[in-house]
Design a protein around this ligand. Sequence first.
Ligand SMILES: [Zn+2]
Length: 70
Amino acid sequence: MIKLVLVMLLGWVGFALFKKILNPGTSQTMNTKSGEKIVLCSVCDTHIPESDVVIKNGKTFCSKEHSEQE
Ligand SMILES: [Zn+2]
C-alpha cells in the first residue's frame, strides 16, 4: 500500500515538473502578444502593460491618480 502511494506521489511530482517545463514562468508573469510584460496596479489590481505603468516608491500603478492614492 505504501508503495502505491509513493508511486502516485512520484507520478504527481513528475507531472508537475513536466508542466513547468512546458510552460515556464506562466504563473508569475504574463506577456502580451508583442512580448511586453504585464504588471498589476497596487490599488485596483488592474493588469497594465509595462510601458503604460506608473512607478512610485517601488510600486506599480495603472494611472497617476492611483499612484497618488497610496
Ligand atoms: Zn489602478
